[in-house]
Design a protein around this ligand. Structure first.
Ligand code: AMP
Ligand code: TRP
Length: 348
């Protein structure tokens, strides 16, 4: 962090914000790269705000009934993973209008040249970018609004979101500069651990994703023990045994991915895992990994099922979270409009 950023951020309350799209089954990548970290941050006693970003999800088509179900299911995944809705603020984005309001204001700060560099847009829009929604293009500016509407200083994310958090810093800096204020902090991306980028089980060069058409490419948080064991047994690997040190994994992306997953699940370093399994083949390693994955995920998916039996309770938690989130976000958005010169005279 540069000295300048440090001075700027020191004038804001330390606050963590992060979001996950409720656009499908959450995966082991979401759990290890995001949810598990969210719980650690909450338990470190920092103010934590976590959001199911349903307005980001609709940048690609979502069936309305499925979106509702997936939003509740993602909320259940947060709670089952250890998010405490009293300690953390947990809500879905569309219930707090300030996100969309600041999103528009920041659309007018972000530059087209910056948006054109966003790799996630290029990946998601693919060859047929003309048919992509305008929302998909503006997505990173809404993400900047999510973070800045809480004046959040830290953003735990997986590696793939680093570029978007950097864009958020650019937008914040341009706003502060253009209007001569220190209104927004420069949020830091927190990208930690061996699982910041969990790869597909089918292709070690692609990230594990809930939107991959091949279910066998990922472990879903709701997969049962047999499914998890089967997917890991079939996971693509090479024919070599595990090496003596992690340097031996450099050119072996699939093997490295499984070692990283094991390490994160076992709370060990990849070096410790390699030391334990050195010289042994995947015939030994995969069943051990499957047992470990089941032992971590089964209690979480069991708890998710229990929570999903009472969707009204989930809705109540999201509603209360939205109230608390709104209380922080509303004054920030009003202040932003004041800074930009918009008349505010309505009596409330
Ligand atoms: P998304 O599922 O795209 O909404 O991502 C939600 C959060 O999970 C973000 O912080 C992502 O960076 C993180 N995440 C998603 N997939 C992975 C993965 N394969 N490995 C690590 N983190 C991931
Ligand atoms: N773009 C993020 C993803 O796909 C989700 C997201 C939206 C987010 N708003 C955010 C993450 C704000 C962190 C902070 O993973």
């Amino acid at each position: 962090m540069s000295d300048q950023t440090e001075v700027l951020n020191a004038s804001f309350t330390p606050r963590i914000f992060s979001g996950i799209q409720p656009s499908g089954n959450l995966t082991l990548g979401n759990y290890l790269g995001a949810l598990k970290r969210f719980v650690q941050k909450q338990d470190e006693g920092i103010e934590t705000i976590y959001c199911l970003v349903d307005m980001h999800a609709i940048t690609v088509w979502q069936d309305p009934d499925a979106l509702k179900r997936q939003t509740r299911e993602a909320a259940a995944a947060f709670l089952a993973s250890g998010i405490d809705p009293v300690k953390s603020i947990l809500f879905n984005q569309s219930q707090v209008g300030a996100h969309a309001e600041l999103g528009w204001l920041l659309n007018c700060v972000a530059r087209l040249g910056w948006m054109n560099r966003m790799t996630q847009f290029k990946d998601k829009a693919g060859k047929n970018a003309e048919k992509a929604s305008l929302g998909l293009y503006a997505y990173p500016a809404l993400m900047a609004a999510d973070i800045l509407v809480y004046q959040a200083t830290m953003v735990p994310v997986g590696d793939d979101q680093k570029q978007h958090v950097e864009l958020t810093r650019d937008i914040a800096a341009k706003f502060n500069h253009d209007f001569g204020v220190d209104h927004f902090p420069a949020p830091e991306p927190l990208i930690e651990g061996a699982a910041a980028r969990v790869m597909s089980l089918r292709d070690g060069s692609k990230k594990m994703s809930k939107s991959d058409p091949a279910d066998a490419s990922r472990i879903n948080m709701t997969d049962d023990a047999d499914t998890i064991a089967k997917k890991l047994r079939k996971a693509r690997t090479d024919a070599e045994p595990l090496p003596e040190t992690i340097d031996g994994l450099a050119e072996r992306p699939e093997a490295r991915n499984l070692v990283n997953i094991y390490a994160e699940l076992a709370e060990q370093t990849p070096s410790q895992v390699v030391a334990e399994f050195a010289g042994r083949g995947f015939g030994d390693f995969k069943p051990a990994l499957a047992d470990l994955a089941v032992s971590v995920l089964a209690p979480i998916s069991g708890e998710m099922k229990r929570l999903m039996d009472d969707p009204a309770e989930i809705d109540r938690i999201l509603g209360q979270g939205a109230e608390r989130a709104d209380a922080i976000a509303r004054p920030v958005v009003e202040k932003t409009r004041d800074i930009m010169g918009m008349v505010r005279s309505r009596q409330v």
